[in-house]
Design a binder for this molecule. Structure first.
Ligand code: GTP
Ligand code: MG
Length: 449
């Protein structure tokens, strides 16, 4: 996609609204603006009230802003037309631009141009898409930190260190006859070890980064009639699932997403666990167990008026620490239930009542803390598989370099490993670009970005 072509696209969704923006980018952007407006180009970066004509017909009155290369989002000459928000007007203005020599932009092409022109790196470009798709404030904060370059700066600093060590080792090779030493093996080792520590720390942010971008799954589990559907309804604030006094009411999983600890958490209400002769209920119970296997968090509910049963103890055994034990229907019992071993670990069982609302706020606070402590991502975290693979590749290269140092191999071999590590970080930030990687990333953008 050469940037000598002029491209055009709507930058806002097609619908009725107060305003709609059309972006024109490339060498003819300003020429197109001048022919549409029949006037001289407006001053750079000034909002100019402009009439737009095509074939002697007034199409709209708009605000035109002209950016001059390289001081624009893409780094090219760029024009933004803020039209009235009617899809018909937007279509006609775009058609006029096409008639004047522009072509419709590919998905993500504006951002791709920004990357190719060095206005931003690949991690920053990816974070634009994430920022636009963010559903919670924490997701937006994480995307914004990467757009600001928190991850890129860390990766670039490590890459610089490695390139510096490489050049010193290579210089030593060039002058080895004369016996010059530009870096001692001990110094090289210390700097590589430091780089490895920093790279590992970045790689370890992936679990949280991923959890924060994709959101979490929380499964509500327990015996029939424990109050699972009632709790789901209370947490989502609507009568989402059917509640009846008949054990075995829920069969299909009922899912609803709410925000907890700044992350989107999808709650799943499931069929009560028991031995069932009913085929349909049996399938529901299988689905409940499947969902529990893949869940990040499990809310295990026990009816306080029944108490913890042997079956509950058996179920709890296989949940390996992902569960919060919650006693429901606290309004039906006068004394607190005994604390079983499993509950002691999470600071005593939580008790709730859907009738009196007792304990619901406590439960929400507990969930909030759990999500923040175990899943919320720090600024600059890795957020996608492409980023993780690049950082893991860098780690591998650094480990190989240390192994080469240990086994007394000469500088040449160490340099090969270090190049591998430095290049992996180059691929991460897009300093080293590959056509297929770019089209993969920008293909997922929508048109106009
Ligand atoms: N007193 C009292 N009754 C409750 C409470 N929570 C739920 N119930 C009642 O317990 C019964 C079962 O509630 P559900 O929410 O349908 O229970 P469930 O765990 O989804 O049951 P299954 O779908 O059959 O597995 C209903 O009659 C509810 O009204 C509570 O906190 N206090
Ligand atoms: Mg139910």
């Amino acid at each position: 996609m050469p940037t000598d072509e002029t491209i055009v696209a709507p930058a806002t969704p097609l619908g009725r609204s107060a305003l709609a923006i059309v972006r024109i980018d490339g060498p003819h952007a300003i020429g197109i603006l001048m022919s549409l407006s029949r006037t001289a180009a407006p001053a750079v970066r000034h909002a100019a009230l402009t009439e737009i004509y095509f074939e002697n017909e007034l199409l709209d009155e708009c605000i035109a802003i002209r950016y001059e290369a390289p001081h624009s989002f893409t780094g090219n000459d760029l024009v933004e037309l803020t039209l009235h928000g009617n899809p018909l007007l937007v279509e006609r203005v775009i058609a006029a631009c096409v008639a004047l020599g522009a072509r419709i932009a590919e998905p993500g092409e504006f951002t791709e141009r920004a990357v190719l022109n060095g206005k931003m790196d690949l991690v920053q470009a990816e974070s634009i898409a994430d920022l636009i798709n963010a559903r919670t404030t924490l997701q937006a904060k994480l995307s914004l930190s990467n757009l600001e370059g928190v991850l890129s700066r860390k990766a670039t600093a490590i890459r610089q260190t490695l390139l510096d060590v490489i050049s010193r080792l290579e210089a030593a090779l060039d002058f080895s006859e004369e016996g010059y030493e530009f870096i001692t093996r001990d110094d090289a080792r210390a700097r590589i070890e430091q780089a490895l520590r920093e790279t590992t720390a970045i790689r370890e942010t992936y679990r949280r980064g991923r959890a924060t971008t994709t959101g979490l799954s929380a499964v509500i589990l327990g015996r029939p009639n424990a109050g699972k559907s009632t709790l789901l309804n209370r947490l989502v604030g609507s009568d989402r699932a059917i509640v009846t006094p008949i054990p075995g009411t829920t069969r299909d999983i009922v899912r609803e997403t709410i925000e907890i600890g700044g992350l989107p958490v999808t709650l799943a209400d499931t069929a009560g666990l028991r031995e069932s002769a009913d085929v349909v209920e049996g399938i529901g119970i299988e689905r409940a167990r499947d969902a529990a296997r893949n869940a990040d968090i499990i809310l295990y509910l026990v009816d306080a008026s029944v108490g913890l049963t042997e079956e509950d103890v058996r179920e709890l055994k296989v949940l390996d620490d992902r569960e919060l034990l919650i006693y429901t229907k606290s309004d039906l019992v006068s004394v607190a239930p005994p604390t079983p071993a499993a509950a002691a670990e999470v600071g005593g069982p939580t008790q709730i009542s859907a009738i009196t609302d007792h304990g619901i706020d406590d439960l929400l606070r507990q969930l909030d803390t759990l999500v923040r402590e175990r899943f919320a991502a720090p600024e600059g975290a890795l957020v996608n598989e492409r980023q993780r693979v690049a950082v893991a590749e860098c780690e591998d290269g650094l480990r190989a370099a240390l192994a080469s140092l240990d086994s007394g191999l000469d500088e040449q071999m160490i340099v090969v490993d270090l190049y591998r590590a430095a290049n992996a970080l180059g691929v991460l930030v897009g300093a080293i670009t590959r056509e297929d990687v770019l089209s993969e990333i920008f293909g997922k953008f929508c048109i106009g970005k």
